[in-house]
Every structure is written in structure tokens, then in C-alpha cells.
Write a protein that binds this ligand. Structure first.
Ligand SMILES: C[S@@+](CC[C@H](N)C(=O)[O-])C[C@H]1O[C@@H](n2cnc3c(N)ncnc32)[C@H](O)[C@@H]1O
Length: 362
């Protein structure tokens, strides 16, 4: 199943998908610059106009600032959430939380031996790249590729890892030949994919026969197994608005519930699911879950502004003041305590699901 150099990117665009290293200083652009960058990517910008400082490569490295929050500029507007330091901190904490919740498991597919022997691995929506960096250290014989819209990955990475800026949903497809990968990983990203059937097909086509795909995602609802949430709860309202706001922008927040059927439909076999619960706040008795609850509540508290800005403002038409006023109640409910313990016993359902491309697939 392994093929050491099968995954060298071929040049799909006039310019290749860029390595994401931010060794060059990060360039911050305005929304207008982002529109220009987008037109360059689309081939609409006249390069003979004498302004040759706007190259595609630099657009990939740029960021867009919108009301004190910073967003990706490559295919600007695609992802509704920021990529600034706060968001990167949240991504890193969410990585640690996910591994802790999964009791130290970085994956559930029966793939340890293959990782040890040497596999070609693709991480879609890699974010700050923590999963890739740590996996590349654990498995030096495997080669890891991390794809993201944002160039927010570290410069210094293990030799067997490369990051690149690209769009999972790029209209021209991926910059890799089909049948390139042994394992494809997608974590906390499908909520932002607009055309999931297309993504599953791409994953299927780019896996070698016998290769695995593994997806991990929360269900972003205020699930609760007792009666503590049977009353007004601003956090539950927040999640409902977030779902509607993202839907207005074109993606489905709670899509993990459809993944099993979608994977079966495209031809994946031997599917297995692992379902867990991640508490919001340290209300469970079990220590590990308490710790997960602490971490998830931090991840949420730090993210409220960035999570709501575009979905609520651009998706639902709220003003920034309306958002801020509403967030006061959300913060209060998230930290509400009785006898030093969280009053609401909410959790996010979490699902990990893997499947295999049949060995006899073309
Ligand atoms: C919440 S972060 C998750 C990061 C990482 N997978 C993890 O679990 O730590 C989602 C990431 O998906 C990326 N993303 C969203 N849509 C994308 C797309 N169409 N193409 C490439 N990356 C995308 C975002 O830029 C963001 O970095």
C-alpha cells in the first residue's frame, strides 16, 4: 500500500499550492486586499497593470482583518472563523482536549503497524498542525501532509511533515494524484465544509485501495442527561443561532450525524464509530472528564466572539452590539455555579468514525 514518492504535488494552478511556512513575516491585508487576492487566484487580475507586488504566493500568506479579528485571505470568506492568535491558542487547547477525551488515542483505525512501517498521510483542515507534528514524531517512517486555508502552522517541523495552503473544496480538485494516501484524517473541520459529498468522493479517490479515512467531530448541541438544562439556557440558544448563522453562510454545523451514511454512500466499508461525551465545564465526578470539561469551557469562552462574529453578523444580520449583549448572558450561564460546581450539566457528543476503501477498488 505504500508508495514513497507518489504524493509529490502536481501543479494544478498556474502557481502551486503554497507551502504554508510563515517564515516570511505575516502580512495583514484589508478586506479590499483580500478581494484583490481572490481575483488574482481566479485569474481575473491583469498582471500587466504594473502592480506586480500582488502575486498569488503572497496572497496565500496574507490575512484579512475584520473588526479586530483576523481571517485567512486565500479563498477569503470560505471559513467563517478567525485564524488569529486567540484562535490558534484555542486550536491547540482543543487538540490537547481531544487527545485527553480519547484517553490518549490519536486515532482509532487499526493502523498503528502501517504508521510504523511507513504510510502516506493527509490531514485535511490541519489548523495549527498539532496532530500532524506529534504524529510525525511518533511515526518517523510515515510521511505527513497537512492542508489548510490558513498559513498558521509552525516553521520548524519534523522532516517527515509538510504543510501547505489549499482549499479542500478547491474547484480544481486537489494538487495530488488519485490513489496517493494510505490514511486521511479530518478533525473538527466538517462543520465548515459546504459540499460534503464532494469531499468524501475526493477522499475516496485520493486513498489507495485498502486505505483508511478517519473523522472526528463534536456535535455542537447542549446535550444533557439530567434535568439541569430544562430551563432557559443562553448557551443552548447560542448554539442554535450558530447553527442557523453557519447554515446561512452555506455549511452545516452538526454534520457528524450524517457522516456514517455519507461514507457508506461513496463506497467506504468496515465502518466503526466511537461515541464519547465531552462535558462543558467541570461538572462530572470522574477526574478525566472534569479536566476535559475545564478545557472545553475555556475553548468556548475564548472563542465566543470569534465564533459568533461572522455567523451572527453576516449570516443572521445581527449588529456587533447585539452580539456583545447576548454574549453577556452566554458567559453568565457557562460559568453559573451552585456549591462551586457548574449548574448546567451540558456536554457535546463526540464521534470518531473510520472506514476503509475496499482493497478491490479501482
Ligand atoms: C477548528 S480548526 C481544526 C484544526 C485541526 N484539524 C484540529 O483538529 O486541531 C478547522 C480548520 O479547518 C480549516 N478549514 C476549514 N475549511 C477548509 C477548507 N475548505 N479547506 C482547507 N481548510 C479548511 C480552517 O482553516 C481551520 O484551520
Amino acid at each position: 500500500m505504500m508508495d514513497g514518492n507518489a504524493t509529490a504535488p502536481r501543479h494544478r494552478h498556474p502557481e502551486p499550492a503554497s507551502p504554508s511556512s510563515s517564515a516570511n513575516a505575516i502580512v495583514v491585508a484589508t478586506v479590499t486586499d483580500a478581494a484583490l487576492a481572490h481575483s488574482i487566484e481566479q485569474g481575473e487580475y491583469d498582471m500587466d497593470m504594473g502592480n506586480d507586488s500582488h502575486s498569488l504566493t503572497s496572497s496565500i500568506r496574507q490575512h484579512v482583518v475584520d473588526g479586530h479579528l483576523r481571517y485567512h485571505a486565500y479563498h477569503a470568506g470560505k471559513y467563517a472563523f478567525p485564524n488569529d492568535e486567540t484562535e490558534q491558542y484555542r486550536d491547540d487547547l482543543k487538540h490537547a482536549l481531544t487527545i485527553h477525551l480519547c484517553d490518549g488515542n490519536y486515532f482509532y483505525a487499526p493502523f498503528h503497524k502501517m504508521f510504523e512501517q511507513g504510510a502516506q498521510v493527509l490531514d485535511l483542515g490541519t489548523g495549527t498542525g498539532k496532530w500532524c507534528v506529534e504524529m510525525a514524531d511518533f511515526y518517523p517512517n510515515s510521511h505527513f501532509h497537512g492542508m489548510d486555508l490558513s498559513p498558521i502552522q509552525p516553521d520548524w517541523v519534523p522532516e517527515n511533515l509538510e504543510f501547505f495552503v489549499d482549499d479542500i473544496e478547491h474547484e480544481g480538485g486537489w494538487a495530488y494524484p488519485e490513489n496517493s494516501f494510505d490514511y486521511i484524517h479530518v478533525r473538527h473541520t466538517i462543520h465548515s465544509i459546504k459540499n460534503r459529498p464532494q469531499m468524501w468522493e475526493r477522499i475516496y479517490d485520493h486513498l489507495k485501495p485498502g486505505g483508511y479515512v478517519e473523522v472526528q467531530e463534536f456535535q455542537y448541541v447542549a446535550a444533557c442527561d439530567d434535568d439541569s438544562c430544562d430551563r432557559p439556557y443562553a448557551w443552548r440558544d447560542f448554539l442554535a443561532y450558530l447553527e442557523s448563522g453557519l447554515a446561512a453562510l452555506g455549511s452545516q454545523l452538526n454534520s457528524i450525524q450524517f457522516v456514517e451514511d455519507e461514507m457508506l454512500a461513496v463506497g467506504f466499508k468496515d465502518l466503526r464509530c466511537q461515541d464519547l461525551k465531552c462535558p462543558v465545564g467541570p461538572w462530572p465526578k470522574k477526574l478525566r472528564l472534569q479536566e476535559c470539561g475545564h478545557m472545553l469551557r475555556d475553548v468556548i469562552m475564548w472563542g465566543l466572539i470569534g465564533l459568533s462574529r461572522r455567523p451572527f453578523r453576516d449570516g443572521l444580520g445581527w449588529t456587533n452590539v447585539q452580539i456583545e449583549m447576548f454574549l453577556v448572558d452566554v458567559r453568565k450561564d457557562l460559568s453559573r455555579q451552585v456549591n462551586g460546581l457548574p449548574d448546567f450539566h451540558a456536554y457535546f457528543p463526540f464521534r470518531s468514525i473510520f472506514g476503509r476503501k475496499p482493497l478491490d477498488a479501482k
